[in-house]
Design a protein around this ligand. Structure first.
Ligand SMILES: *Cc1c(COP(=O)(O)O)cnc(C)c1O
Length: 239
């Protein structure tokens, strides 16, 4: 193995152990939790190595970086998740490679995604990104819609051709009542998921937890964790 492959294999094994331990501690089966490796800022060569090591889900947050990377890796059996704030002028590009958009947070975005999914003859999975620290505007600083806005957006996604409502996503807030309280934040997301599933039973994905707080997310009931740093290393720049 190359040095980089060794390094990624070692990191993946540690993350896998953390997920397994968290599942055991929560009395959950390991197969209830899917690892998504967040490859933002890292090259396509790393994505290729991760695929060789058995990773099946990767995530990116900027279309400019993600589009060429996904193109370079189009021969690999990977699902691509888009997890960043998404401008409508990037939607056509994102729909070209993303299987799931986890950052759906406003109706204009839903309309644009639907239009481009239909045009591309693709079905795009959508998670509503929830901002648990949304201010007066009803929106979070890093994207996301306030809990009060979930139902309307979910109904819109569910009724939009080319889109599939898969569930909810959140990032643990740095401000507001949930700052520093990841477990409470993720439990709140689970409650919101329970509400959502009353009207949309198939929308059972709950994407929460990153390198620093994946244990809290698994304990709360997350079905997907998004891990970057713990697998690939500390990112060279903010992303
Ligand atoms: C970067 C990012 C992650 C991964 O964060 P790490 O702390 O590197 O594990 C997860 N989710 C989103 C939305 C991100 O932007």
């Amino acid at each position: 193995m190359t040095d980089r492959k060794d390094e990624l294999a070692g990191n993946l094994a540690k993350v896998e152990q953390r997920i397994a331990d968290a599942c055991a501690a929560a009395g959950r089966s390991r197969d209830e939790v899917t690892l998504i490796v967040v490859t933002k800022t890292y090259p396509a060569s790393d994505v290729r190595i991760l695929s060789e090591l058995g990773v099946r889900h990767v995530a990116e947050n900027r279309d400019q970086d993600a589009a060429p990377k996904a193109a370079a890796c189009s021969d690999l059996p990977l699902s691509w998740h888009f997890v960043g704030q998404l401008q409508t002028n990037k939607v056509r590009s994102v729909v070209g490679y993303a299987d799931v958009v986890q950052s759906v947070d406003r109706s204009r975005l839903v309309t644009a995604l639907s239009k481009e999914a239909v045009r591309a003859e693709r079905e795009i999975g959508c998670l509503i990104q929830v901002a648990l620290d949304a201010g007066e505007s009803g929106r979070g600083e890093r994207g996301g819609v306030a809990p009060e806005g979930i139902e309307e957006l979910a109904d819109l996604v569910a009724g939009s051709p080319g889109l599939r409502l898969d569930g909810l996503m959140t990032v643990a807030p740095l401000t507001g009542e949930y700052a520093g309280r990841q477990r409470a934040a993720f439990e709140r997301l689970m409650d919101l998921s329970t509400d959502l599933r009353r009207a949309h039973p198939a929308a059972n994905m709950v994407s929460a937890g990153m390198s620093a707080d994946l244990e809290e997310a698994v304990a709360a009931g997350a079905t997907h964790v998004r891990v970057g740093t713990a697998v690939l290393g500390v990112r060279p720049r903010l992303g």
